[in-house]
Design a protein around this ligand. Structure first.
Ligand code: PEP
Length: 256
């Protein structure tokens, strides 16, 4: 299947990385090179403490730097939080919102995730909105209902293909080494594409839908071959340049 949507490879460092890890960011920035970098977008989301220095390190690289979460307000008495505006001020270009770890550990609702995505848009950032079912929801046949509910609840009305990326991350596949079958990924992505087209028309047809959950250099190629998979969101395998760049190399087949 020929894919016309420009893909995105995104890495999420979660709560990992200190200044000692900056050499990994530099190695990734140096490894994301033409000609492949002219055809795909690459992004790394280190912890907020490294954001500003990471964007400076990537000045001469196509590697974009983003954050892992933002507050829904621009500023105020929200101890410990960072706003989308602050991310943009550090030259971050993207922010992940609604990651399942935030939904679970911080009780984030679809309504809150939507407000965060809206705040990202208002600050000029691209919002990567994560959705996905738990093992219980999958085993009880609720996967598509969950995806529909989270898409409706978490994606702001004004979302466009330029401002919004959807990341499908089955919660049970995150950090477990377990990946859904190609058929299951295909079904989920086709379903989300149809839902996005119904709500956003042409914008929905062009919105990137990433797969996330135990992606590695070994499985990236086959995941990227699945229709409506427009890139991947990578956790553990984004921490070391060698692993992340192996996934980057896997994108070549899409353009061979
Ligand atoms: C994630 O947390 O977004 C993720 C996809 O993690 P991992 O690749 O480690 O499963």
């Amino acid at each position: 299947m020929t894919k016309t949507i420009r893909p995105l490879l995104a890495g999420n460092w979660k709560m990992n990385g200190t200044r000692a890890s900056l050499d990994q960011i530099k190695a990734i920035a140096d490894g994301v090179k033409a000609p492949l970098s002219e055809k795909i977008d690459t992004l790394l989301c280190p912890p907020a403490t490294l954001l500003y220095v990471a964007t400076a390190l990537c000045d001469d690289s196509p590697l974009a730097i983003g954050a892992q979460d933002c507050h829904q307000q621009v500023s105020g008495a929200y101890t410990g939080d960072i706003s989308a505006e602050m991310i943009a001020d550090c030259f971050g270009t993207h922010v992940i919102v609604g990651h399942s770890e935030r939904r679970r550990n911080h009780a984030e609702s679809d309504m809150l995730v939507r407000a965060k995505a809206q705040a990202a848009h208002d600050a000029g950032l691209i919002a990567i909105i994560c959705i996905g079912e738990t093992a219980y929801e999958r085993n009880s046949g609720q996967t598509l209902d969950v995806l529909k509910r989270e898409l409706i609840g978490s994606v702001p009305d004004g979302a466009t293909a330029a401002t919004t990326v959807i990341a499908y991350e089955p919660v049970w596949a995150i950090g477990t080494g377990v990946v859904p079958t190609s058929e299951d990924v295909e079904e989920a992505h086709a379903f989300m594409r149809a839902e996005l087209i119904e709500r956003f028309g042409k914008e929905g047809a062009n919105m990137r839908i990433l797969y996330g959950g135990s992606v590695s250099g070994a499985n990236a190629r086959s995941l990227l071959d699945i229709p409506h998979v427009n890139g991947v969101l990578v956790g553990g395998q984004s921490l070391k340049a060698v692993d992340f760049l192996a996934i980057y190399a896997a994108f070549e087949r899409q353009f061979a």
